[in-house]
Design a binder for this molecule. Structure first.
Ligand code: GLU
Length: 323
């Protein structure tokens, strides 16, 4: 008895389903803005007042950026593509896009990346070898006497890297009496000298990758620098190393630039703040550091300090003076 009725309902149900599917597909137009929200819309080419660094860079058509070439997650030269990759590289691309317009990929083609190690960042800026440095570069007062900083755009903390299974080091004071590697010209080497004065830092180098090699072959028992740098080496060498997880400083990463160009610094600070608001900063983090499992933190508050009042006026770091 029921069969004809049931049979009669199926075509109607099928029709309703098809109609619903069609309506869904068409109705999607209203939600169309999702396309492109994360798909990097090209920026129009901005215009800048004559005489500004931004106008000069636009005319030159090139932005020279100092970055690290040996630090996984932040700045690492890919030997296959010969391109530098990492969060610092993405931050530089965001700045380049604000200067030149276009897409991030187009902005990247306007950047010439130059390798800067920890010790040559201030001289490279002062000598005009680079227009800016984006290189896990801590903002501090001693450096502000020689260069200026936009940002911060990330906050790290100094920690310790040991071989997996080494439980003899639990905090910075345990480095006393141990062979430790850090890098010349970094805040890290000064911090360890101050907080573990009996540590032996005689086996230190110009880059962190050399320190990690020294740890691998037993020339040192620990490497110390910013946690996020050490996490990059852990991600690159699965199972080999571990983080002590006892951070003992605050490292505010800034974009280093020539001292005294307030218009350029304001422009970069504005660009960073925009990237915090429109998702570009978060995407940059997720596409790089995030790949190692790190969650994107809240971006830090930009510090628009008064130039020339650097010494003693900054609250941006607890790190010791670096000379
Ligand atoms: N952030 C610290 C510094 O700027 C340590 C990392 C580095 O040497 O790049 O000195």
């Amino acid at each position: 008895m029921n069969r004809p009725t049931t049979r009669g309902r199926w075509p109607l149900a099928a029709l309703l389903l098809i109609l619903a599917l069609i309506a869904g597909a068409c109705g999607g137009d209203d939600d169309e803005p999702t396309v492109g929200a994360n798909a990097e819309p090209p920026a129009t080419k901005p215009t800048f007042p004559q005489g500004t660094a931004m106008a000069a860079l636009q005319t030159k058509g090139k932005l020279t950026v100092g970055t690290k070439f040996d630090q996984p997650l932040f700045g690492l030269k890919n030997p296959v593509t010969n391109k530098v990759e990492g969060f610092d590289v993405e931050i530089a691309k965001i700045v380049a896009q604000a200067i030149f317009g276009g897409t991030l990929a187009e902005a990247e083609s306007k950047i010439e990346f130059v390798e800067t190690v920890s010790a040559n960042r201030e001289p490279f800026i002062q000598e005009g070898k680079v227009d800016m440095v984006v290189a896990t570069y801590t903002i501090n007062n001693a450096r502000k006497e020689r260069v200026d900083f936009a940002g911060p755009y990330y906050i790290a903390g100094q920690d310790i890297l040991v071989k997996s299974g080494d439980t003899s080091i639990k905090s910075v004071t345990d480095l006393n009496g141990k062979k430790v590697c850090s890098v010349t010209g970094s805040t890290s080497i000064n911090n360890v000298k101050e907080k573990a004065p009996q540590s032996d830092i005689s086996t230190s180098f110009g880059t962190y990758s050399l320190c990690v090699e020294a740890l691998a072959d037993g020339r040192v028992q620990a490497v110390t620098t910013d946690d996020i740098i050490l996490l990059g080496f852990i991600a690159d060498n699965p199972g080999k190393y571990q983080l002590v997880k006892a951070p003992f400083t605050t490292e505010n990463y800034g974009i280093g630039m020539k001292r005294g160009d307030d218009a350029f610094r304001t422009f970069i600070n504005d660009t960073l703040e925009k990237s915090y608001g429109n998702g570009a900063w978060k995407k940059a983090f997720e596409d790089t550091v995030g790949k190692s499992g790190q969650q994107a933190p809240q971006p830090p508050k930009v510090d628009r300090y008064t130039a020339g009042a650097a010494a003693g006026s900054s609250t941006t770091t607890t790190s010791t003076t670096v000379r």
